[in-house]
Design a protein around this ligand. Structure first.
Ligand SMILES: NC(=O)c1ccc[n+]([C@@H]2O[C@H](COP(=O)([O-])OP(=O)(O)OC[C@H]3O[C@@H](n4cnc5c(N)ncnc54)[C@H](O)[C@@H]3O)[C@@H](O)[C@H]2O)c1
Ligand SMILES: N[C@H](C(=O)O)[C@H](O)COP(=O)(O)O
Length: 342
């Protein structure tokens, strides 16, 4: 079994401390993983996670093969880029921290695309810090899409990906992600909705080993109420669903966005396709940021992440919960099992 890489995230945030806490809380689950990032930042994270007790040791490894030889209760860390000159201050946006976070993700993406690791679990990075570091992508999803497209020698448009957020009760897949709400409305096109339905069906069929029951949220209040409150359902979403239904997809809706998540949570559907970022993510995060996992669908590699961000307000205070990161590791293991490959 190939190892899973855990990227450290933005070192000014809670990334390093939740990674260290995960190794302390769940050593069995973390067996066969290693961290990609900065050794000094991870040592600081391990001390924060220990909260005054002796912290786990951080063992610097030089290559992937060394991870398995690290003694128990040590965190294997691969220094993927030159070490940070000074530790980035906690809780602040900085280009230096954004650069360290990006370097780890780029390293792990390349390793995954070369087939050297089973997948990557990404601790949260800060999008403003990423931008300050000159990285031309808003988040992991777009960065990984670009890396995968380059690796495959195709244009980014030919490597369509989608964000899924999932917990035990609810899954949602988004038609668009890191764009303004105005742009998100323009992104509700027949082609994008159809592509989202197809990616959702393909990935969840592999995961569930049966066709998923896909509910589609409308865009407008009450899913347009027959055209009274907007026509996107009639003109865009239904035609996309009709095209997808020709391939046998199990589709339902479009339903009123304010009740479709409740219905899915009760078990009526396996997943809800949401028309934009907040429509889909609020219901999942509201159930608890400690439960959700972010999965990028459509990539030729496994990538999962906690559903929360860098939490600058609590970074370094020892308050951060590692549960979502642990769920992300569990999900990465499930998805990297041969039976789950789409
Ligand atoms: N996977 C990722 O890389 C990822 C995911 C979401 C957000 N982000 C980024 O993180 C940055 C900050 O985002 P935000 O402030 O909107 O959301 P956030 O999730 O960082 O914080 C929201 C609230 O939840 C709390 N919180 C978050 N994670 C927690 C944890 N593990 N334990 C305890 N409390 C926790 C925070 O303290 C804060 O009060 C932004 O740049 C955003 O884009 C990154
Ligand atoms: N949209 C995600 C969320 O709000 O949880 C988050 O920004 C992470 O995005 P990436 O996985 O692309 O970094």
């Amino acid at each position: 079994m190939k190892p899973i890489a855990i990227t450290m995230g933005d070192p000014a945030g809670i990334g390093p401390e939740i990674v260290a806490r995960a190794y302390a809380q769940a050593p069995e689950l973390l067996r066969g993983t290693f961290v990609v990032g900065d050794v000094a930042c991870m040592r600081r994270g391990a001390q924060v996670a220990a909260g005054g007790r002796p912290s786990l040791a951080v063992a610097q490894i030089e290559d992937i093969g060394e991870a398995a030889g690290v003694p128990p209760r040590c965190i294997p860390v691969l220094q993927c880029a030159p070490a940070a000159g000074a530790l980035p201050p906690l809780g602040q946006v900085s280009a230096a921290a954004g650069r360290l976070a990006a370097d780890a993700v780029l390293w792990a993406a390349q390793a995954a695309l070369r087939g050297e690791i089973a997948g990557l679990v990404t601790a949260p990075l800060h999008k403003e810090a990423l931008s300050a570091a000159g990285v031309p992508f808003p988040g992991h999803t777009e960065l990984l899409q670009a890396q995968a497209a380059m690796h495959a020698g195709v244009a980014v448009e030919q490597m369509p990906v989608r964000m899924m957020l999932a917990n035990d009760e609810l899954r949602t897949v988004l038609v668009s992600i890191h764009v303004s709400l105005r742009e998100a409305l323009d992104a509700v096109t027949r082609e994008r909705v159809l592509e989202t339905l197809r990616i959702t069906d393909r990935t969840l069929s592999a995961l569930l080993r049966r066709r998923p029951r896909i509910a589609v949220a409308g865009l407008n209040p009450h899913a347009g109420e027959g055209g009274l409150f907007g026509r996107e359902e009639l003109d865009v979403i239904v035609p996309a669903m009709q095209a997808a239904a020709q391939d046998g997809l199990d589709l339902h809706g479009p339903y009123a966005p304010d009740t479709v998540f409740m219905r899915a949570r009760r078990g009526e559907f396996d997943v809800v396709v949401a028309m934009y970022h907040d429509q889909g993510l609020i219901p999942v995060k509201y159930l608890g940021v400690e439960k959700g996992v972010n999965v990028t669908l459509g990539l030729p590699l496994v990538r999962t992440s906690p559903d929360h961000g860098t939490a600058f307000d609590i970074a370094g205070k020892g308050l951060a919960d590692a549960s979502s990161l642990l769920e992300a590791v569990r999900m990465a293991r499930t998805l990297s099992a041969p039976s789950a490959q789409a």
